[in-house]
Design a protein around this ligand. Structure first.
Ligand code: NAP
Length: 246
């Protein structure tokens, strides 16, 4: 099967890192389904732009934390494009506070989207991938999932969970030539980090050797590589898109 006929689902693709990943995969020739939860207009605008430039794209609404919505979304993609061959678990949220002040719902929401969302979407695409005996699952974690960060215990725990989940799933799916990997970005300029105060931002940049934030396109490049034929022997691995030694 030529790569052109492969179908990719990118969750949380209405903006930020997910939008950059979806655009890059479309440029590589994949048909792309762009998932969003609330941001319908930006997702549809991106889809229009991809289709206008000769690509094949579709916007699909679903809360990744809700397994029945995820099931319906995957069913719709199957009907329109065929089952996803590539899944990029990118959707994520933050609800930051110190543990002593953290509301139970802030813990549950972050786990529901960032960790259960990865489980829901991965499970929903397995049947098609196993049937085709080919597949790529790439999940976006964070360096925070490896290092921890004050005020982000819920987010760090969910992102560490994504790594452990992916390493386990990689072992389960290897017999079907389905690879499962993790990309862990450092501080990246998006809406997620846009709410920081100038002081907090300057403090973060001060600790980054390259003295700048990562660009979403730089994460998209790593994800695209992991979908490629050349990356077929890479599974169960974590790739940091960061400039600090660990
Ligand atoms: P962002 O700009 O806030 O975008 C988040 C995306 O996720 C949006 O498209 C949003 O869509 C979608 N989303 C949120 N909850 C969802 C749900 N329940 N179901 C489906 N879609 C949902 O965030 P970003 O910075 O691009 O982050 C993307 C990923 O990279 C996340 O997993 C994040 O944790 C990770 N990451 C980010 C950074 C960083 O510094 N920015 C660093 C490391 C890792 P709607 O607007 O429609 O809800």
């Amino acid at each position: 099967m030529g790569d052109y006929f492969r179908v990719a689902l990118v969750t949380g693709a209405s903006r930020g890192i997910g939008a950059a990943i979806a655009c890059d995969l479309a440029l590589k020739g994949y048909a792309v389904a762009l998932n969003y939860k609330k941001s319908r207009e930006p997702a549809c605008n991106l889809v229009d732009a991809i289709n206008a430039s000769g690509g094949r794209a579709l916007a699909v609404q679903a809360d990744v934390g809700d397994s029945s919505e995820v099931g319906e979304m995957v069913g719709e993609i199957e009907k329109r494009f065929g089952g996803p061959d590539i899944l990029v678990n990118n959707a994520g949220i933050v609800r930051d506070s110190l543990v002593q002040n953290m509301a139970e719902e802030d813990w549950d929401e972050v786990m529901g989207t960032n960790l259960k969302g990865v489980f829901n979407c991965s499970k929903a695409v397995l049947k098609t991938m196993k049937r085709k005996r080919w597949g790529r699952i790439i999940s976006i974690s964070s360096i925070v999932g490896q290092q921890g960060r004050k005020g982000q215990a819920n987010y760090a725990a969910a992102k560490a969970g994504v790594i452990a989940f992916s390493k386990s799933l990689a072992l389960e799916l290897a017999p079907w030539q389905i690879t499962v990997n993790v990309v862990a970005p450092g501080f990246t300029e998006t809406g997620m980090t846009g709410g920081l105060t100038e002081r907090a931002r300057a403090g973060i940049l001060d600790r980054i050797p390259l003295r700048r934030a990562c660009r979403p396109e730089e994460i998209a490049g790593m994800v695209s590589y992991l979908t490629s034929k050349e990356a077929g022997y890479i599974s169960g691995q974590v790739f940091n898109v960061d400039c600090r030694a660990v």
